[in-house]
Design a protein around this ligand. Structure first.
Ligand code: DGL
Length: 247
């Protein structure tokens, strides 16, 4: 069986790949980080689309069986264009608003994502579809992407940033937050530290791999598994990235 492609603007999609490696350990993976052009969330829709399709062409040319767009921002911008362009299954990601509403009980939901994801129509449409009683708020936490891309994960840097961003928000009204960017699960410990203990932290990673497995079927993969890692088209040793992330 051909490899499964994973795409992200950078290292964020590794939080999704991690889930795939646990659930489908015998599959081969091709991970593409478009790090030369990260972050995507601060760019225009047009610019992101250009970089995204160039990267997707590269992945498709490697003969993959399917691609997981492990990036909420790229999905918001280009999932339709990608599905129109390629015949293989393309699995996208969007902020897990619906599961978060269910997890929040009667309380509100706060969605964290990149600047661009929150600006785009796709996100507004999603909220309109699932948020019948107006319980969803949102906040861009764009700098977390840049912190992660620089492998800066220390409490000393991240906690003051999160405290400052959340300073104006009454957190007691929230039952759940959504990590609507695949770079954000790296900061789960810091989110836990700054949020009240009863706030659920929801991401879309498990749901995405469930979708992938439904599309491909679990039994088609019979080892040995492995990951090839590309940074904007150049192959790089995955173990070096793994070590930096202590994955
Ligand atoms: N990891 C990405 C996401 O899920 C994009 C981050 C960025 O490049 O700004 O939205």
């Amino acid at each position: 069986m051909a490899a499964i492609g994973f795409f992200d603007s950078g290292i964020g999609g590794l939080t999704v790949l991690q889930e795939a490696l646990q659930r489908l350990p015998n599959a081969q993976y091709l991970y593409y980080a478009d790090s030369d052009h990260a972050p995507y969330g601060t760019k225009s829709k047009e610019e992101v689309l250009l970089h995204f399709i160039r990267a997707m062409d590269f992945i498709v040319d490697h003969g993959v069986a399917a691609i997981v767009v492990a990036c909420n921002t790229a999905t918001s911008v280009g999932i339709e264009a990608a599905r129109a362009r390629y015949t293989i299954p393309i699995i996208g990601m969007e902020p897990a608003v619906k599961p978060a509403l269910a997890a929040a009980g009667n309380k509100r939901v706060l969605v964290f994502a990149t600047k661009l994801t929150l600006q785009l129509e796709k996100f507004r449409n999603l909220v309109e579809r699932v948020d019948a009683d107006n319980r969803v708020d949102y906040l861009p936490l764009q700098e977390l992407v840049q912190f992660a891309e620089r492998f800066e994960f220390s409490d000393e840097l991240i906690l003051p940033y999160l405290h400052a961003q959340l300073a104006e928000i009454d957190l007691s009204q929230y039952g759940a937050v959504v990590l609507g960017c695949t770079h954000f699960p790296f900061f789960r410990p810091q989110f836990k530290a700054v949020l009240p203990p009863d706030v659920q932290i929801v991401d879309g990673n498990i749901g995405t791999i469930n979708n992938l497995m439904t599309r491909l079927g679990k039994d088609t993969f019979s080892g040995p598994g492995g990951v090839r890692y590309f940074i904007s088209g150049k192959e790089t040793n995955f173990n070096i990235i793994r070590q930096k992330l202590r994955m």
